[in-house]
Design a protein around this ligand. Sequence first.
Ligand code: HEM
Ligand SMILES: *[C@@H]1O[C@H](CO)[C@@H](O)[C@H](O)[C@H]1NC(C)=O
Ligand SMILES: *[C@@H]1O[C@H](CO)[C@@H](O)[C@H](O)[C@H]1NC(C)=O
Ligand SMILES: *[C@@H]1O[C@H](CO)[C@@H](O)[C@H](O)[C@H]1NC(C)=O
Length: 322
Amino acid sequence: MASTTHVIVTLALVTLLVACHANAQLTADYYATSCPNLQTIVRSVTQQAVNNESRMGASLLRLFFHDCFVNGCDGSILLDDSTTIQSEKNALPNLNSVRGFEVIDAIKSQVEAACSATVSCADIVALAAREGVFALGGPSWTVLLGRRDSLIANLSGANTDLPSPLSDLPTLVSAFQAKGLNLQDLTALSGAHTIGQARCITFRGRIYNETNINSNFAATRQATCPATAGIGDNNLAPLDVQTSAQPFDNAYYQNLLTQRGLLHSDQVLFSTAGLQTAQVLTYSLSSTNFFRDFTASMVKMGNISPLTGANGEIRRNCRLVN
Ligand code: HEM
Ligand SMILES: *[C@@H]1O[C@H](CO)[C@@H](O)[C@H](O)[C@H]1NC(C)=O
Ligand SMILES: *[C@@H]1O[C@H](CO)[C@@H](O)[C@H](O)[C@H]1NC(C)=O
Ligand SMILES: *[C@@H]1O[C@H](CO)[C@@H](O)[C@H](O)[C@H]1NC(C)=O
């Protein structure tokens, strides 16, 4: 009798654990039957957007990062200001900076037409980030799916949890650690700065006041980023000084070796001794190693606190809660 009870209790516990585990896990085939054309749609709309404007591939990648670091990968960054929502779009790291919302809307409307009320905006952001990288010559990877959309935004969380380009290494490490990402993830994911652009206001101090910077590189950047605060703040420069037929490559790490990192937060990866320095060297020599670690860390970043099961919702419009 006691042993029967024991078996039943054990079975119940196991079932409970398996159920919770299943709820919490994202899977590659989540929409395989409910929305079989999802990945084709995301690829084709993203490809068109990148053909129209190549920077969009970078912008979509960054959008995913800025979504995941604030309350997890839950589409919270997509919510517009409303009477109940204080949009993350107005946070300092996002304002006049984060972009790609129209592309997410365009994908969402095609996805809704193909399979209505099925696919979350959070998953669309995850897929669009991969397609943006792929369209710019980078690697592809399997995106795990099944995230649901948040009912809230976290403006103050966006201001505190998104790392500043003025950060030193220990600050970057702790910002990533707070999201379950380690120093290797930080170093591999920073390679995202092989694509896209930054505003003068984010690197002015570095190009005028730092010593571990190549002087020709500093002079080139100074030409379009005046020293005076407030003048030319929004002037853009490529994060990766090297142009290439394959924009998403390992040149970012080669730049760091020659003190051509654009942001302070880039160059710190190769100015303090440590595991990250060895990793920068490895990636500078091998795009295979960079791509392998970058894709693994992207999957890890995509697993930050997703809403699953009965949590959150599938938004109809990515900019509004239902
Ligand atoms: C390590 C900490 C990081 C810091 C401090 C940082 C900071 C920045 C800053 C300041 C910009 C320029 C924004 C502007 O001026 O408008 C930028 C751009 C960008 N970041 Fe990061 N970033 C970090 C990590 C990442 C990660 C992990 C990813 C993605 C995996 C990423 C992807 C990008 C991309 C693709 C751009 C270019 C966006 C565009 O051109 O629209 N960054 N980042
Ligand atoms: C194409 O890119 C430009 C910016 O370069 C943008 O203003 C425009 O909306 C884009 N058009 C489409 C259809 O995506
Ligand atoms: C917003 O983000 C901060 C920092 O991560 C966190 O402490 C806080 O709980 C979040 N607020 C909500 C309502 O999720
Ligand atoms: C450089 O540093 C000096 C001294 O801290 C400061 O006054 C100046 O504003 C800085 N210049 C830039 C462009 O950051």
